[in-house]
Design a protein around this ligand. Structure first.
Ligand code: DAT
Ligand code: MG
Length: 139
């Protein structure tokens, strides 16, 4: 079977802008299932685990600081090929050039914040999804 689970985050910019419902609406109208959801004010330990692959990059410290600036909504989402499918709904990383019709393309823009504020995160592989779900939905 190709039913997968992925981690979606509505990042602090999305929560602060009141876009949580809009992101949930897009996930639900696409036909994916919400399995679990929680509001997390992430600390550095969670974020350094989540973003381990980016450690040392120029935007890393700004990214961790921004992600601690307010609550994040973490969502466990299930569906057929949902990992790839949610990445497609989200659009590409830079919200200025993300395609219209996508979450980032429709709702995001560049804010000159030292880090790209792009509203959502979606896991990029089965391995990433399992690893990230363990971080955000740890007991
Ligand atoms: P994605 O979130 O599309 O998977 P990523 O994993 O490469 O992108 O990067 C994680 C986050 O870091 C991304 O959502 C926003 C920020 N970021 C990535 N590349 C950046 C860059 N060149 N400048 C500023 N922020 C960046
Ligand atoms: Mg990524």
């Amino acid at each position: 079977a190709t039913i997968e689970e992925t981690l979606v985050l509505v990042k602090p910019d999305g929560v602060q802008r009141g876009l949580t419902g809009e992101v949930l609406r897009r996930i639900e109208t696409k036909g994916y299932s919400l399995v679990d959801i929680r509001l997390v004010h992430a600390d550095r330990a969670i974020l350094s685990a989540h973003y381990a692959e980016h450690e040392g990059k120029p935007f890393y410290e700004g990214l961790l600081e921004f992600m601690q600036s307010g609550p994040t909504v973490a969502i466990r989402v299930a569906g057929h090929r949902v990992i790839e499918g949610f990445r497609s709904l989200a659009g590409t990383t830079d919200p200025t050039t993300a395609a219209p019709g996508t979450i980032r393309g429709d709702l995001g823009r560049d804010w000159d914040a030292g880090v790209l504020l792009n509203i959502v995160h979606g896991s990029d592989s089965v391995e990433s999804a399992q690893r990230e779900l363990g971080i955000w939905f740890a007991a």
